[in-house]
Write a protein that binds this ligand. Sequence first.
Ligand code: PMV
Length: 311
Amino acid sequence: MTTAQAHPNIALVKYWGKQERSGNFPATPNLSITLAGLTTTTNISKAARDTFVLNGAPADDPKLWRWLKTLRGSFDIPPLEIHSSNDFPTSAGLASSASGFAALITAINALCELGLNEATCSQWARIGSASAARSIYGGFVALTGPLWLAVPIAKKDHWALEVVVAITSTDAKNVSSGEGMERSRLTSSFYSAWLRDAEADFTAASDAIGIKDFTALSAVAELSCLKMHSVMLTSQPTLSYWTPASITCMDRVRSLRSSGHNVFFTVDAGPQIKAVCLSASADAVASALGDVPGVIKIIRSHLGDGARVIE
Ligand code: PMV
């Protein structure tokens, strides 16, 4: 048996939309931070047939089976018993597929002695879920062309950001990211503007991280998030992932910022608000978001490490 762990990551410059070729390539460069406070633990062993147990219950995940089939096209991998568990809500906009595929390829690489380096693990994780490519690494991570391998751009200690996650619903989302982004590509008239701006946003965010300019990072990251949600909202049928509490949390972050706190928000394909802040503001942010009606739970996180084998 082999056990691996990985953390979800949250994108500060978002990915929403794929290139029109197979292999799960994002259409735009994107950039994330890896979160230590949420963890996926996956253990695998060789078995008589493939089985998958997610959070203690047998699960049928067509995306996982398709991915394993593709992997078996390149490597000799026996049937596997896979047990994966998340210490946070699954499929609810908290990037459980990112940590899930990153942990799984890391475990398979070890158990089956594939000898893959991190870059190749990242490539295989991307084929499962593009954001999973980024969870192979810790700290600040970019996923960009021409190779579309994730690349670590700064270690977690480079800049001690903290993330306050406000959970406003633990329901699994009703439209998956993969289906949602394809709908956006095909139907949102904002999609072309989204593609046009992405490179500049990516460069601005990378530069802001390099020089630890929180104000500049806040501006570009919040805008990238709101542009992505504008593309989602203008898709047909619309993709609306927020709850009333998500909107109140965004307002709360803006008012914290007006009162001098270093904080910005980002939101993925789900209703949870991730408030990214400097340590000095983390207590105030956690307490302000915890007081918002409809916030079920607050999770606090520092930046974390990449995927690794633990036993
Ligand atoms: O990797 P996927 O297919 O689950 O898509 C991730 C999409 C977002 O989380 C909304 C944005 C991102 O870059 O992580």
